[in-house]
Structures are given as structure tokens and as C-alpha cells.
Design a binder for this molecule. Structure first.
Ligand code: 4NP
Length: 146
């Protein structure tokens, strides 16, 4: 995989992808790339991340409180080189909007084969679990670029 702009995508853009956005941005800060996140749904557009995501990121030294949720839009295929989705539902939702093979080839599960499970209906512990999975995957991607 080549170095490029990264978009992290989940359903609501308030739990998983804001953490992935913050983590990837942190570890890639010297690379001059654009990192952003979006949700395939618009339920939470304009909202800050879920307080549990903000707290979990803060526990690991990252401030994601200034992020604002937005919905995935077609132009994201043009503006980003890699679109990392959290689960298969996000994958299908993003692929439905793809128009070309180039668009489709940009989309992959962040964890490769596994999903970053939706922590929304669970407790805070679930956010710690996904944090570690996300961090590990981000480091692995960045190692593959160096
Ligand atoms: P996310 O989590 O996709 O990781 O941001 C969710 C946030 C909100 C909802 C579902 C998942 N919701 O149904 O409102």
C-alpha cells in the first residue's frame, strides 16, 4: 500500500471512526497527508464524538473533542487515496456509492479481515477494546508505508 490521504469510515462517525481519525492523524503527523473521518449515515452530522470515544482517546493522550461528524459523500473518493471502513455494513454502504473500479479499490476494512465492532450500545470497556485494535491496525499500515 502506498502513502496517501486517509479517510476512516463507520456508521455514525461518532464512536469508531473519530478514534481511528485521531490515532492515524497522530501517528502520521510528519507525513504531510490528509486524515479525516465520515459516517455512512447522517444521524449525527455536526455532532462531536461520543463522550466515551473522547474519554478513551484522552486516556491515551489524544484530544478528539474538536471533531465534527459528517456523512460520507461521493467526492471523498476523489479526495482520499485510502478509505478504511470499520465493518462489513460500512463496506457495503460505501461501495454502493462507488462509480468506478478506482473508487472501489480504495475501500478496505481497517483491520483487514476482522471488524471493528460497534461499541455504541455497550459500556466504556468496549471503547478501550476497539481503541487497541484501531491503534494496532494504524501502526501496521504506517509501517507498510515506510
Ligand atoms: P459509530 O457508532 O458507527 O462507530 O459512530 C454508532 C453511532 C451511532 C449509532 C450507531 C453506531 N446510532 O445508531 O445512532
Amino acid at each position: 500500500m502506498e502513502k496517501g490521504n486517509v479517510l476512516m469510515v463507520c456508521l455514525g462517525n461518532i464512536c469508531r471512526s473519530p478514534i481511528a481519525h485521531g490515532v492515524f492523524e497522530y501517528y502520521s503527523k510528519d507525513l504531510s497527508i490528509k486524515v479525516d473521518s465520515a459516517g455512512t449515515a447522517n444521524y449525527h452530522s455536526g455532532n462531536a464524538p461520543d463522550p466515551r470515544s473522547i474519554k478513551t482517546a484522552a486516556n491515551h493522550g489524544l484530544d478528539i473533542s474538536n471533531q465534527k461528524a459528517r456523512q460520507f459523500v461521493y467526492s471523498d473518493f476523489k479526495n482520499f487515496d485510502h478509505i478504511f471502513v470499520m465493518d462489513h455494513q460500512n463496506f457495503e454502504n460505501v461501495l454502493k456509492l462507488a462509480k468506478t473500479e478506482t473508487d472501489r479499490n480504495k475501500v478496505q476494512l481497517l483491520l483487514g479481515n476482522e471488524e471493528v465492532e460497534d461499541p455504541y450500545y455497550g459500556g466504556e470497556h468496549g471503547f478501550e477494546i476497539i481503541y487497541f485494535k484501531i491503534e494496532k491496525a494504524c501502526k501496521k499500515i504506517l509501517e507498510s508505508w515506510s
